[in-house]
Design a protein around this ligand. Structure first.
Ligand code: TEU
Ligand code: CA
Length: 561
């Protein structure tokens, strides 16, 4: 039996370029991370997921890797990385690396070699002849697939007269997983990092590796062609092989980022007896108020959120639980009071909703992942000039929408709701210059609210969001019921939701108001709400039949109700 230490820890995602700069070049780095490990230990973190720090030309901020076994000089050196492993270990923190193996950078030596049709590396990537020629003699792409980044997925290479496939940016060519040599290379990369001290991997878009066929896809508004490569049998086989031949030799775990995954697929991917992934990130809960994945905002409804959470909480043995990452909006700006349509003005409401959403995340079953800045209630970016956007996806989306003649105000509205830059603005450490992130010019605009929202300001205040996170993380770590107890949905309407966690004789009840108005608790919840209030985001000890605006509260009852 594997000892599943990852089920007893709270994880924290670091997006290195925005975490802490140590040398004034405006880009966060590994020495910067080392200097903040004490803060993470104090927060109660046991696992760090480190977004890519490998050599990369940065077409997609490090998710385009040109050397898997070296550190990009902007982030530091391999010695720094080794120091990060050992300093983290001293503090009881394990580190998982970001494994981006669906694609490499086009500047990776494999791809460079692969440009030569006679090279043994040609077959490392997916090269295809044109389907034919159009009337003007121009080549026609091999199929009708559309990609994740609103750009064509086939890039033509004049030299060889063939196209290569890239589901993401054209500087991110997809590897060919029908080639066993590619899998052999990946195994070496896994061993390299596990031997250096990595405790596992967060596996980027790990359910789209294997392209079963390259036939035309069914017409679709989102990613067309998906049915030919999402969660295929060949993909399951690869995951099994990596587990069997490499991962099982180490005390490590994997969390897959699985795009467009549904529950039946997820069950297969995480079924322990199959030996593929230990847990996965799904997207459904963050898309309940969005159309076309996360691009167009629509109305929030708490009962929808509970339904989605319940489906996944009860559907899988073990979940990766998250509300934010480097691709998503800040949760307080998404489901909380920091959002555009809501009562942003009130600092109280911002804090209460940030706490409540933290309480919600940390009382779910699974391994919680907190994203840097979430623990202080950081909000979406506030710049107003589209020129300031860095995210390649947002920039492509803007270009596409312009072509469709969508007016500028609407484009900006949708980009503001969906842009990945929302989560990527630098960490707000203090109220000094550049929020204490850098002494130089930050690579991406710092949110001007840093004078009000920052780590230092919250550190010594017992009522702060940060102090609240510390408290509930501690509570969770000490409770088997909160970590592993069953999830039972109790009640939801447009604004409030309620659920219980149960293990043996223990029962916790979680109540949350996801609206800007106080809400009466329905009579149906009388029994459940009768327990003792352990913690409330509004600082109350007695609920008196109602929840304040944005209030979440955790109650304890002696026996199951
Ligand atoms: O993201 C994959 C993914 O599907 C997305 O969340 C993506 O950002 C977007 O929604 C596409 O529409 C992973 C990484 O987390 C992301 O940062 C990378 O850009 C991407 O893979 C490619 O490596
Ligand atoms: Ca730096």
């Amino acid at each position: 039996m594997r000892k599943k230490w990852w089920q007893d820890a709270v994880a924290y995602q670091i997006y290195p370029r925005s975490f802490q700069d140590s040398n004034g070049d405006g880009i966060g780095d590994i020495p910067g991370i080392i200097s903040r490990l004490d803060e993470l230990k104090e927060l109660g973190i046991g696992i760090i997921w480190l977004s890519p720090v490998y050599k990369s030309p940065d077409a997609d901020n490090g998710y385009d890797i040109s050397d898997y076994c070296s550190i990009d000089p902007r982030y530091g050196t391999m010695r720094d990385m080794q120091k990060l492993f050992s300093e983290a270990k001293k503090r009881g923190i394990r580190i998982i690396m970001d494994l981006v193996i669906n694609h490499t950078s086009d500047e990776h030596p494999w791809f460079r070699e692969s440009l030569d049709p006679a090279s043994e590396y040609r077959d490392y990537y997916i090269w295809q002849k044109p389907k034919g020629r159009d009337r003007n003699g121009r080549p026609i792409p091999p199929n009708n697939w559309t990609g994740f980044f609103m750009e064509p997925v086939w890039e033509y290479d004049e030299n060889s007269g063939e196209y290569y496939l890239h589901l993401f940016h054209k500087k991110q060519p997809d590897l060919n997983y029908k080639n066993p040599q590619v899998i052999a290379e990946i195994k070496d990369i896994l061993r390299f990092w596990l031997d250096k001290g990595a405790a596992g991997f967060r596996c980027d878009v790990i359910n789209v590796l294997y392209k079963t066929s390259l036939e035309d896809g069914k017409k679709s508004l989102t990613v067309q062609g998906l049915e030919h490569y999402k969660s295929q049998e060949g993909n399951h086989e690869i995951l099994k092989e990596l587990r069997r031949d490499v991962l099982s030799d180490y005390n490590c775990f994997t969390v897959g980022e699985t795009v467009m995954v549904d529950l039946p697929e997820a069950k297969l991917l995480c079924d322990e007896s199959r030996g593929e992934l230990d847990m996965l990130f799904y997207f459904d809960h963050l898309e309940i108020d969005r159309l076309i994945a996360r691009f167009i905002p629509k109305k929030f409804n708490a009962s929808k959120l509970l339904a989605v959470l319940a489906k996944w909480q009860q559907g899988l043995e073990w979940n990766a639980v998250y509300f934010e990452n480097h691709d998503q909006s800040r949760i307080v700006s998404h489901f909380g009071a920091g959002g555009p349509k809501q009562d942003n003005k009130s600092a109280d409401n911002w804090a209460v909703s940030a706490k409540s959403l933290g309480l919600l995340e940390l009382t779910l079953k699974g391994t919680p992942f907190i994203y840097q800045g979430q623990e202080i209630g950081m909000t979406n970016f506030d710049f107003t000039d589209p020129e300031k956007l860095n995210d390649v996806e947002s920039r492509n989306l803007d270009t596409l929408m312009k072509k469709m003649h969508i007016p500028a105000f609407l484009r900006w509205k949708w980009i503001k709701a969906s842009s990945r830059d929302n989560a990527r603005t630098p960490m707000q450490w203090n109220s000094g210059a550049n929020a204490g992130f850098t002494t130089g010019i930050p690579w991406l605009g710092i949110n001007s609210n840093y004078t009000r929202i920052n780590y230092e300001g919250q550190k010594h205040s017992p009522d702060s969001i940060l102090s609240f996170y510390k408290k509930i993380i501690k509570l969770r770590l000490e409770s088997e019921c909160l970590k592993k107890g069953d999830f039972i949905p109790l009640y939801a309407d447009t604004h409030i939701m309620a659920y219980q966690r149960r293990l043996n004789n223990e029962t916790y009840t979680m109540l949350i108001n996801l609206s800007a108005k106080a809400q009466k608790l329905p009579p149906k919840l009388d029994n459940a709400a009768a327990g003792a209030v352990i913690v409330s985001a509004a600082g109350r000890t007695n609920l008196e039949g109602m929840l304040f605006a944005w209030e979440g509260a955790l109650l304890k009852s002696g026996k199951a109700l």
